[in-house]
Design a protein around this ligand. Structure first.
Ligand SMILES: [Zn+2]
Length: 298
Protein backbone atom coordinates (compact mmCIF):
# COMPACT_ATOMS: atom_id res chain seq x y z
CA UNK A 1 0.00 0.00 0.00
CA UNK A 2 1.60 3.23 -1.14
CA UNK A 3 -0.24 5.47 1.26
CA UNK A 4 -1.33 4.92 4.80
CA UNK A 5 -5.02 4.62 5.53
CA UNK A 6 -6.09 8.08 6.59
CA UNK A 7 -9.67 7.23 7.39
CA UNK A 8 -9.04 6.78 11.11
CA UNK A 9 -9.03 9.72 13.53
CA UNK A 10 -5.70 11.47 14.11
CA UNK A 11 -3.48 9.65 16.61
CA UNK A 12 -3.21 11.11 20.08
CA UNK A 13 0.08 12.00 21.77
CA UNK A 14 1.67 8.74 22.93
CA UNK A 15 2.84 10.05 26.29
CA UNK A 16 0.07 11.55 28.35
CA UNK A 17 -0.20 11.85 32.07
CA UNK A 18 -2.96 12.27 34.57
CA UNK A 19 -3.42 15.64 36.30
CA UNK A 20 -0.93 15.93 39.13
CA UNK A 21 1.63 13.75 37.36
CA UNK A 22 5.28 14.75 37.57
CA UNK A 23 5.07 15.17 33.79
CA UNK A 24 2.91 18.25 34.26
CA UNK A 25 4.81 21.05 35.96
CA UNK A 26 2.93 22.93 38.69
CA UNK A 27 2.54 26.18 36.76
CA UNK A 28 1.64 28.39 39.70
CA UNK A 29 4.71 27.17 41.60
CA UNK A 30 7.09 27.84 38.69
CA UNK A 31 5.42 31.20 38.02
CA UNK A 32 6.13 32.19 41.62
CA UNK A 33 9.75 31.01 41.27
CA UNK A 34 10.18 32.99 38.05
CA UNK A 35 8.76 36.16 39.61
CA UNK A 36 10.52 35.94 42.98
CA UNK A 37 13.38 38.26 43.92
CA UNK A 38 16.68 36.73 42.93
CA UNK A 39 20.32 37.29 43.76
CA UNK A 40 23.02 36.72 41.11
CA UNK A 41 25.61 34.09 42.06
CA UNK A 42 27.43 33.65 38.73
CA UNK A 43 27.54 35.44 35.40
CA UNK A 44 29.67 35.29 32.28
CA UNK A 45 29.52 36.03 28.59
CA UNK A 46 30.46 33.13 26.34
CA UNK A 47 32.45 34.41 23.34
CA UNK A 48 31.65 33.28 19.81
CA UNK A 49 32.67 29.75 18.78
CA UNK A 50 33.56 28.63 22.28
CA UNK A 51 32.32 26.44 25.11
CA UNK A 52 32.15 26.66 28.88
CA UNK A 53 30.65 24.62 31.70
CA UNK A 54 29.39 25.79 35.08
CA UNK A 55 27.88 24.36 38.24
CA UNK A 56 24.37 25.10 39.48
CA UNK A 57 23.04 24.17 42.93
CA UNK A 58 19.57 22.61 43.09
CA UNK A 59 16.85 25.23 43.39
CA UNK A 60 18.84 27.91 41.54
CA UNK A 61 17.83 29.61 38.29
CA UNK A 62 19.90 29.72 35.09
CA UNK A 63 19.24 32.34 32.44
CA UNK A 64 20.78 32.08 28.96
CA UNK A 65 20.33 35.18 26.83
CA UNK A 66 21.35 36.78 23.56
CA UNK A 67 22.96 40.11 24.56
CA UNK A 68 23.97 41.11 21.02
CA UNK A 69 21.22 39.51 18.98
CA UNK A 70 20.57 36.13 17.37
CA UNK A 71 22.87 33.25 18.22
CA UNK A 72 22.23 29.54 18.62
CA UNK A 73 23.51 27.67 21.68
CA UNK A 74 24.01 23.95 22.24
CA UNK A 75 23.30 22.89 25.81
CA UNK A 76 24.33 19.78 27.76
CA UNK A 77 23.37 18.98 31.39
CA UNK A 78 24.57 16.40 33.91
CA UNK A 79 23.83 15.67 37.55
CA UNK A 80 26.71 17.44 39.28
CA UNK A 81 27.64 14.45 41.44
CA UNK A 82 26.88 11.65 38.98
CA UNK A 83 27.60 12.47 35.33
CA UNK A 84 26.08 9.14 34.24
CA UNK A 85 22.78 10.89 34.92
CA UNK A 86 22.47 13.34 32.08
CA UNK A 87 19.93 15.07 29.88
CA UNK A 88 17.99 12.72 27.56
CA UNK A 89 16.84 14.67 24.52
CA UNK A 90 14.92 11.80 22.87
CA UNK A 91 12.70 10.99 25.86
CA UNK A 92 12.14 14.67 26.56
CA UNK A 93 10.95 15.03 22.96
CA UNK A 94 8.43 12.23 23.54
CA UNK A 95 7.28 13.42 26.94
CA UNK A 96 6.85 17.05 25.88
CA UNK A 97 7.44 18.04 22.25
CA UNK A 98 9.99 18.41 19.46
CA UNK A 99 10.62 21.97 20.69
CA UNK A 100 10.38 23.06 24.29
CA UNK A 101 9.26 26.16 26.15
CA UNK A 102 7.99 27.34 29.51
CA UNK A 103 6.77 24.58 31.89
CA UNK A 104 8.46 21.83 29.86
CA UNK A 105 11.05 19.82 31.73
CA UNK A 106 14.31 18.36 30.53
CA UNK A 107 14.51 14.72 31.66
CA UNK A 108 17.48 12.60 32.60
CA UNK A 109 18.50 9.32 30.98
CA UNK A 110 17.87 5.77 32.26
CA UNK A 111 18.02 4.40 34.84
CA UNK A 112 17.11 7.75 36.38
CA UNK A 113 14.32 9.37 34.36
CA UNK A 114 13.51 12.43 36.42
CA UNK A 115 13.45 16.15 35.66
CA UNK A 116 16.94 17.58 35.55
CA UNK A 117 15.69 21.17 34.98
CA UNK A 118 12.32 22.82 34.31
CA UNK A 119 11.96 25.72 31.87
CA UNK A 120 10.44 28.66 33.75
CA UNK A 121 10.85 31.49 31.22
CA UNK A 122 11.09 31.86 27.45
CA UNK A 123 10.91 35.23 25.73
CA UNK A 124 10.42 33.43 22.38
CA UNK A 125 7.45 31.38 23.59
CA UNK A 126 5.18 33.24 21.18
CA UNK A 127 7.18 32.13 18.12
CA UNK A 128 4.83 29.17 17.85
CA UNK A 129 4.95 27.49 14.45
CA UNK A 130 6.01 29.42 11.37
CA UNK A 131 4.94 29.12 7.72
CA UNK A 132 7.49 26.32 7.11
CA UNK A 133 6.53 24.35 10.19
CA UNK A 134 9.56 25.59 12.11
CA UNK A 135 9.54 25.94 15.89
CA UNK A 136 12.05 27.34 18.38
CA UNK A 137 14.35 25.65 20.97
CA UNK A 138 15.11 22.47 19.07
CA UNK A 139 15.17 18.89 20.32
CA UNK A 140 14.98 17.32 16.84
CA UNK A 141 18.60 17.80 15.97
CA UNK A 142 21.86 17.59 17.80
CA UNK A 143 25.20 19.39 17.96
CA UNK A 144 27.37 20.07 14.93
CA UNK A 145 30.54 18.00 15.05
CA UNK A 146 33.87 17.67 13.25
CA UNK A 147 33.27 14.06 12.23
CA UNK A 148 30.19 14.74 10.12
CA UNK A 149 31.87 17.85 8.74
CA UNK A 150 34.87 15.75 7.68
CA UNK A 151 32.56 13.11 6.24
CA UNK A 152 30.56 15.57 4.19
CA UNK A 153 33.27 18.00 3.12
CA UNK A 154 36.69 16.50 3.75
CA UNK A 155 37.57 19.53 5.85
CA UNK A 156 38.79 19.62 9.45
CA UNK A 157 37.48 22.24 11.86
CA UNK A 158 38.08 22.18 15.62
CA UNK A 159 35.40 24.51 16.99
CA UNK A 160 32.12 22.78 16.24
CA UNK A 161 29.69 22.56 19.16
CA UNK A 162 30.75 18.97 19.95
CA UNK A 163 34.36 20.07 20.30
CA UNK A 164 33.40 23.22 22.22
CA UNK A 165 31.45 21.07 24.69
CA UNK A 166 34.39 18.67 25.10
CA UNK A 167 36.78 21.49 25.99
CA UNK A 168 34.11 22.92 28.30
CA UNK A 169 33.83 19.78 30.45
CA UNK A 170 37.48 18.73 30.62
CA UNK A 171 38.14 20.99 33.66
CA UNK A 172 35.31 19.13 35.45
CA UNK A 173 36.83 15.70 34.86
CA UNK A 174 34.55 14.71 31.99
CA UNK A 175 35.51 13.68 28.46
CA UNK A 176 34.22 13.46 24.89
CA UNK A 177 32.17 10.40 25.91
CA UNK A 178 30.15 12.50 28.35
CA UNK A 179 28.99 14.94 25.66
CA UNK A 180 25.46 14.04 24.61
CA UNK A 181 22.55 15.13 22.45
CA UNK A 182 21.75 18.76 23.10
CA UNK A 183 18.96 21.23 23.50
CA UNK A 184 19.53 23.78 20.73
CA UNK A 185 18.46 27.02 22.39
CA UNK A 186 17.29 29.93 20.20
CA UNK A 187 17.33 27.55 17.21
CA UNK A 188 14.37 27.15 14.83
CA UNK A 189 14.05 23.79 13.12
CA UNK A 190 11.48 21.46 11.70
CA UNK A 191 10.85 18.53 9.38
CA UNK A 192 9.82 19.22 5.80
CA UNK A 193 7.22 17.33 3.77
CA UNK A 194 9.79 14.59 3.12
CA UNK A 195 10.61 14.32 6.80
CA UNK A 196 13.99 16.03 6.26
CA UNK A 197 15.45 18.12 9.08
CA UNK A 198 15.78 21.82 8.32
CA UNK A 199 17.09 24.85 10.21
CA UNK A 200 16.09 28.50 9.90
CA UNK A 201 17.80 31.68 11.04
CA UNK A 202 17.44 32.29 14.78
CA UNK A 203 14.63 34.76 15.57
CA UNK A 204 16.31 35.92 18.80
CA UNK A 205 16.80 39.63 19.32
CA UNK A 206 19.00 41.46 21.81
CA UNK A 207 17.92 40.44 25.29
CA UNK A 208 15.91 37.35 24.41
CA UNK A 209 16.28 34.64 27.03
CA UNK A 210 15.36 31.18 28.23
CA UNK A 211 15.38 30.31 31.94
CA UNK A 212 15.80 26.99 33.72
CA UNK A 213 15.08 25.95 37.30
CA UNK A 214 17.61 23.38 38.53
CA UNK A 215 15.66 20.41 39.87
CA UNK A 216 18.88 18.80 41.08
CA UNK A 217 22.48 20.00 41.41
CA UNK A 218 23.73 20.15 37.84
CA UNK A 219 26.71 20.80 35.64
CA UNK A 220 25.67 22.64 32.50
CA UNK A 221 27.78 23.22 29.39
CA UNK A 222 27.05 25.56 26.52
CA UNK A 223 28.55 26.06 23.08
CA UNK A 224 28.15 29.17 20.96
CA UNK A 225 27.58 27.41 17.63
CA UNK A 226 30.12 28.34 14.92
CA UNK A 227 27.10 28.71 12.65
CA UNK A 228 26.10 31.76 14.70
CA UNK A 229 22.48 32.64 14.00
CA UNK A 230 22.39 29.97 11.25
CA UNK A 231 21.44 32.53 8.61
CA UNK A 232 24.30 31.35 6.39
CA UNK A 233 24.77 27.81 7.72
CA UNK A 234 25.96 25.06 5.42
CA UNK A 235 28.37 22.16 5.38
CA UNK A 236 31.16 22.50 2.85
CA UNK A 237 30.89 25.60 0.70
CA UNK A 238 30.07 28.38 3.12
CA UNK A 239 30.06 26.02 6.06
CA UNK A 240 31.88 26.41 9.33
CA UNK A 241 34.81 24.36 8.08
CA UNK A 242 35.49 26.30 4.89
CA UNK A 243 38.52 28.50 5.33
CA UNK A 244 37.60 30.89 2.55
CA UNK A 245 34.06 31.35 3.78
CA UNK A 246 34.69 31.73 7.50
CA UNK A 247 34.32 35.49 7.36
CA UNK A 248 30.68 35.42 6.31
CA UNK A 249 29.91 32.77 8.90
CA UNK A 250 31.81 34.78 11.50
CA UNK A 251 29.69 37.82 10.80
CA UNK A 252 26.60 36.02 12.05
CA UNK A 253 28.29 34.77 15.24
CA UNK A 254 27.46 36.49 18.53
CA UNK A 255 28.10 35.75 22.22
CA UNK A 256 25.63 34.25 24.66
CA UNK A 257 25.25 35.37 28.25
CA UNK A 258 24.82 32.98 31.18
CA UNK A 259 23.56 34.07 34.59
CA UNK A 260 22.89 31.98 37.69
CA UNK A 261 20.65 33.18 40.52
CA UNK A 262 19.50 32.01 43.90
CA UNK A 263 16.16 33.04 45.30
CA UNK A 264 16.37 35.79 47.90
CA UNK A 265 13.54 34.24 49.89
CA UNK A 266 14.09 30.50 50.08
CA UNK A 267 10.55 30.00 51.39
CA UNK A 268 9.34 30.36 47.78
CA UNK A 269 10.64 26.80 47.40
CA UNK A 270 8.61 25.51 50.35
CA UNK A 271 7.20 22.11 49.44
CA UNK A 272 9.58 21.61 46.52
CA UNK A 273 12.08 18.79 46.66
CA UNK A 274 14.48 17.16 44.28
CA UNK A 275 12.50 14.79 42.02
CA UNK A 276 12.77 11.08 42.76
CA UNK A 277 13.74 8.29 40.38
CA UNK A 278 10.73 6.06 39.49
CA UNK A 279 10.71 3.09 41.84
CA UNK A 280 11.10 0.35 39.22
CA UNK A 281 12.83 -2.65 40.84
CA UNK A 282 15.45 -2.80 38.09
CA UNK A 283 15.66 -6.57 37.53
CA UNK A 284 14.71 -6.43 33.83
CA UNK A 285 13.36 -9.97 34.06
CA UNK A 286 16.64 -11.44 35.25
CA UNK A 287 17.22 -13.70 38.23
CA UNK A 288 20.93 -13.49 38.83
CA UNK A 289 22.42 -16.17 41.11
CA UNK A 290 24.34 -14.78 44.03
CA UNK A 291 26.84 -17.69 43.97
CA UNK A 292 27.29 -21.45 43.58
CA UNK A 293 25.53 -22.39 46.81
CA UNK A 294 23.04 -19.57 46.79
CA UNK A 295 19.83 -19.04 44.94
CA UNK A 296 18.67 -16.05 43.07
CA UNK A 297 18.25 -12.61 44.42
CA UNK A 298 14.60 -11.78 44.82
ZN1 LIG B 1 26.90 24.00 16.34
Amino acid sequence: MAQSDRSHPPPQPAYQAAPGSILNADRSFYDSVAKAERIPTDSFTLPIRSGRAWQVPAGHIVRISTPDGPQVGDLNIWNLHNPRERFWAARTRQLHASHVSTYDRLWSCLPYLRPIVTIIGDSLADYGVDQYGGRCHDLLGTRCDPYVNKMLTGDSYDFHCHSNLIRAVVPFGLTEFDVHDVLNVFQVTGLNAEGKYFMEASPAKKGDFIEFFAEQPVLMALSTCPGGDLSTWGWGEGGAGEEGEKKSMLECCRPLKVEVFRLEDASVLKGWKEPEVPQYRGSHGMNVPVGEQQGCRS
